[in-house]
Design a protein around this ligand. Structure first.
Ligand code: XUL
Length: 545
């Protein structure tokens, strides 16, 4: 029976899911089963890199980098762990993966050739390190490129033009502005860079022992891809940095088999020479597949390091408000996405500051009333992406940071309100939400989401939807390559239906309260960011009502 491996290199960990596909000959029924799952936490497993929550320390909160050598070491390690756990690596038919989006890796001349000749007797990390022309990688949490965003926007004729071309206006974390900053601040090292990869295509290149293509799913997080054409935009390349076109790999559809695994993985980890490497994608596009969102309708919320809200989109439709993104979907269509940086980061900040564990966090939610008696927190502990907040720091209205239980409710209600308000451009009437990511295990958080959106929330049965999506994509591309394509609805069947059977329903009696809460939250945001009026009178009226 075919086996497929899906990997997910996220901000804080590398995860693996192995699926087995079974077809019962007579009926032609296909089913798939997760036969193994594993996760390596970067801070705990690889403390030598000094990361905290997966990122390297830096005195400027706007500068957020991580280590590509750490990602390589994690990749090497996870194969060893899978083998120790009894996974028959020689039987894996295809591997695909997903990476945290937007992060970039810079390789010297000759690096790609060196990847084909890695010594299987030695670990991967020290062999990868000398191939880098930049020792660290800027990642999606970096917000230090505002001036580069402005320059790129101006060169391309404005924010709306840029969004129509690439799917998004310029965002600080996007790879194009990051590359421009690298060229501006270290032109010599930029000159020594022969190839720039995304986290996803870098790890695929390691597996392949050569240059892996970037797929439109992750490529659309760069402000460089002509999304309708599915290829690099000459104008965007030109607006970003000199000679950039030659430094980027090709763009290929997500369901491309790029080749087979390199000798390094065959000899060191016992993979078969014929194991196919399928193009990797971004973690969010991969989750779209892991959740089974291959048709319009449902929306998913992923509660991870960042919180994201996304859905399948049959046609490209950009956010005129400039907050949302259109990415390529692994099916060859599109997806909409909004990213909130202060996701688990903010929940963990509140939890840790009050010395709570998740059970106590949960009890605090239970002990406080919906609407929090008019207490509102703008949870911008770190610079926020949506809405754009460059000066971090939480803002409090009608509550203080010393009020443990109320602050817990405030952070959760704020996140739900912000998601509801900033997703209106998608024009989807949200009636059903699939919930995934670590924090979706907390059903009281999901209840707040259900009440604020007035929508049913169904927890996904697999928390690692991005790794699962990668395994499913490996299956899809492999079957396509063998000339026996399995259609997407069959690939994802059983996914995204919340087959735990659990449905968290909105409480209709709370609809008016949360309607007013959304207005109040919006007024607090407008006061903080747009010089809007003091929301105190509105807050008092809310509290009285
Ligand atoms: C999406 C984004 C984040 C990262 C996190 O645009 O920046 O969700 O992909 O891994």
């Amino acid at each position: 029976m075919p086996l497929f491996l899906g990997l997910d290199s996220s901000t804080q960990s590398l995860s693996a899911i192995v699926i087995e596909v079974k077809s019962s000959g007579s009926s032609g029924e296909i089913s798939r089963e997760i036969v193994h799952e594993l996760s390596l936490n970067f801070d705990r497993e690889f403390p030598g890199y000094g990361t905290k929550s997966g990122v390297l320390p830096h005195e400027d909160p706007a500068v957020v980098h991580s280590s590509p050598v750490l990602w390589a070491e994690a990749l090497d390690t996870i194969f060893g762990r899978l083998r120790e756990a009894g996974v028959p690596l020689d039987r894996i038919d295809a591997i695909s993966g997903a990476g945290q989006q937007h992060g970039s890796v810079y390789l010297r001349e000759g690096a790609l050739e060196a990847l084909a000749r890695l010594d299987p007797e030695r670990p991967l990390a020290p062999q990868v390190e000398p191939l880098l022309s930049r020792s660290t990688s800027p990642i999606w949490m970096d917000s230090s490129t505002s001036s580069q965003c402005e320059a790129i926007t101006a060169a391309l004729g404005g924010a709306q033009e840029l969004a129509e071309l690439t799917g998004s206006r310029a965002f600080e974390r996007f790879t194009g502005p990051q590359i421009r900053k690298f060229h501006e601040t270290d032109p010599a090292a930029y000159g020594e860079t022969a190839r720039i990869h995304l986290v996803s295509s870098f790890l695929a290149s390691l597996l392949l022992g050569g240059d892996a293509a970037i797929d439109p799913g992750d490529g659309s997080g760069m402000n460089l891809l002509d999304l309708a054409e599915g290829n690099w935009s000459p104008a965007a390349l030109e607006a970003t940095a000199p000679g950039l076109g030659e430094k980027l790999p090709e763009v290929k559809p997500s369901s491309t088999v790029l080749g087979t695994v390199s000798e390094y993985f065959v000899q060191r980890h016992g993979l078969s020479k014929s194991t196919a490497v399928v193009a990797w994608t971004g973690d969010n596009p991969s989750s779209l597949i892991g959740l089974g969102l291959v048709e319009p309708g449902h929306v998913a919320i992923s509660l991870g390091t960042s919180d994201t809200l996304f859905g399948y989109m049959p046609e490209m439709r950009v956010d005129e408000g400039g907050e949302g993104h259109v990415f390529g979907a692994p099916t060859g269509d599109f997806m909409s996405l909004i990213c909130f940086l202060n996701g688990s980061l903010a929940r963990e900040e509140v939890r840790d500051r009050h010395g709570l564990d998740w059970a106590a966090f949960d009890r605090a939610l239970e002990a406080t009333p919906p609407g929090n008696g008019g207490g509102v927190l703008l949870p911008w502990f770190a610079p926020e992406i949506t809405p754009s907040v460059s000066e971090p720091g939480p803002r409090y209205h009608g509550l203080g940071p010393e009020e443990t239980e109320r602050e817990v409710r405030a952070v959760v209600e704020a996140q739900a309100a912000s998601m509801a308000l900033h997703s209106r451009w998608m024009g989807v009437e949200t009636k059903k939400i699939l919930a995934t990511g670590g924090a979706s295990a907390n059903r009281r958080i999901l209840q707040v989401l259900a009440d604020v959106f007035g929508a049913e929330v169904r927890p996904s049965e697999v928390p690692q939807t991005s790794a699962l999506g990668a395994a499913l994509r490996a299956w899809h591309a492999w079957s396509l390559d063998q000339g026996r394509e399995v259609p997407w609805p069959r690939i994802v069947a059983g996914q995204g239906s919340g087959s735990t059977g659990e449905v968290i329903r909105p409480r209709p009696e709370l609809a008016p309260l949360y309607g007013r809460f959304l207005e109040l939250y919006r007024a607090c945001e407008a006061h903080a960011l747009e010089g809007g009026p003091d929301p105190e009178a509105l807050r008092e009226a809310f509290t009285k009502a």
